[in-house]
Ligand binder design. Structure first.
Ligand code: ZN
Length: 466
């Protein structure tokens, strides 16, 4: 009996201990992708799954997950998986690390390879550094220079390091620049004085080196021919530039050379003007005659375009037609001329070099503003490659005559078969446009030919009075 009792107690103890052991043995937590997960900053956390079993029974559905992860902040976080089995709670934690393993980015202002002049000094062109986590870390950049290599390096708060370099070459491989004043090709009449309009030379490293220019070649103004003047300059690194100017010495043409005899050159000043110039163009087209227009800054661009497109010569008169401005000084004259030259070039693409002085080269009004200016200009424009034309027949339409018949009579009474006839008219006058067709008819009926002025037309010039 006593023995049975002992066995009974033992059995109870064994059963009790067995039950306890059964209850307190933890389940198996199987976390997919492991107990520790590393997330790169910027990635999102996604539960990767789990399985909880105890003695073959699946408790996964009973699991409660607790987590507190701040994806915006690097650090180590915990995810807790909790399951209650038979009143007893079991836990398992997963560690989530948010890390930054991305290098910062350094951006250089300017090139990676920089050339500086031998006498120059490198001035930092600037840089910026940004990091995916820290943001702008430009201030943390360390700059060191060794053997003409500049190293920029920076570390972000996670210790990721970026480094770039910039190479400085000390050299000058750029040739100097020689700028010729005046034209590259200058036409000079036999016997006319030759003066070099000048030049300047600049270098990227040395600055103004005009005084180092060596000039060679010469012009014999008493001998027809083409001459070359050579300008050579070297910078301090030995880079050399050579520029050449051509000077052509040609014989002075005279207007009554055989070729121009009996030719009528219709020339129109002071336009264009809507209402007259367009009608003059219509008549010229109708009659198949080419003429020359010495234009100003007035009137619409479209009429200058038409003059050019229809085969007439677009010559340069003056931009302002204001004597006080134009003849104030030589510089002032060229300022005005360039303005009208540029207008014509802008509209037609053609750089006109055929000019007529306001008031003609024989004008005396310029005396009021600058004594002797016409003597200077008449030589200088030719040296600069322009051809200027006065006239040998005045239609009187500038004031003396105000009727179509007056204009007509002035012209036809002065025509001559023994010379070129350069007729001064103004395309801004209504009576001129009304006289034009009769003038052309008269010319045709009396054996004259019509032509426009070109660069090969011999100059017709007055004698200078100032
Ligand atoms: Zn005029």
């Amino acid at each position: 009996m006593k023995k049975k009792y002992v066995i009974g107690i033992i059995a109870i103890i064994v059963l009790f201990v067995g039950t306890m052991v059964f209850l307190f043995i933890p389940p198996k937590f199987k976390l997919n992708k492991g107990d520790t997960i590393e997330l790169k900053y910027g990635e999102t956390y996604k539960e990767s799954g789990y399985k909880i079993t105890k003695f073959g029974k699946d408790y996964s559905k009973k699991v409660k997950i607790k987590k507190n992860i701040n994806l915006k902040k690097l650090g180590t976080y915990k995810v807790t998986y909790e399951v209650k089995i038979n009143g007893i709670t079991f836990k398992k934690t997963r560690t989530v690390k948010i890390i930054d393993d991305e290098k910062p980015i350094i951006t250089l202002t300017g090139n990676e390879n920089i050339s500086i002049c031998p006498n120059g000094e490198y001035k930092e062109e600037g840089y910026t550094a940004t990091d995916n986590y820290d943001g702008d870390i430009t201030k943390k950049v360390k700059v060191t220079t060794k053997d003409n290599v500049i190293t920029y390096s920076v570390k972000d708060s996670s210790g990721n390091q970026a480094q770039i370099t910039r190479k400085i070459s000390i050299e000058d491989k750029t040739v100097p620049t020689i700028t010729l004043k005046g034209n590259k090709t200058i036409t000079l009449y036999l016997g006319n004085a030759w003066t070099d309009p000048g030049y300047t030379a600049t270098d990227n490293c040395d600055g103004n080196i005009t005084s180092n220019v060596v000039k060679s070649g010469s012009v014999n103004i008493n001998k027809l021919g083409t001459y070359k003047i050579t300008y050579t300059v070297k910078d301090s690194s030995g880079n050399q530039t050579i520029v050449e100017r051509t000077v052509k010495v040609v014989s002075k043409p005279t207007y009554n050379s055989a070729s121009g005899k009996g030719v009528i050159y219709l020339t129109f000043d002071d336009g264009p003007k809507q209402g007259t110039t367009n009608i003059i163009l219509d008549i010229l087209k109708d009659e198949g005659v080419k003429a020359t227009f010495f234009v100003t800054n007035s009137g619409p661009d479209s009429l200058i375009k038409r003059e050019f497109d229809e085969g007439h010569t677009v010559g340069l008169h003056t931009a302002s037609h204001n004597y006080a401005t134009v003849y104030k000084s030589v510089n002032s004259y060229y300022n005005d001329l360039l303005q009208i030259q540029n207008r014509v070039k802008r509209i037609t693409g053609y750089e006109s070099k055929i000019i007529r002085f306001p008031g003609g080269s024989s004008n005396t009004i310029s005396k009021k503003y600058s004594k002797g200016i016409m003597s200077t200009l008449t030589k200088d424009v030719v040296n600069k490659g322009y051809h200027y034309f006065d006239w040998n027949i005045s239609s009187g339409d500038a004031g003396e005559t105000t009727s179509p018949s007056g204009v007509y009579n002035n012209v036809i009474k002065s025509l001559s078969k023994n010379r070129a006839n350069v007729i001064l008219m103004h395309d801004i006058k209504t009576y001129t446009k009304d006289a034009l067709r009769n003038i052309i008819r008269y010319g045709k009926n009396n054996g004259y030919t019509f032509d426009k002025i070109t660069m090969s037309t011999p100059m017709v010039t007055h004698s200078v009075n100032n």
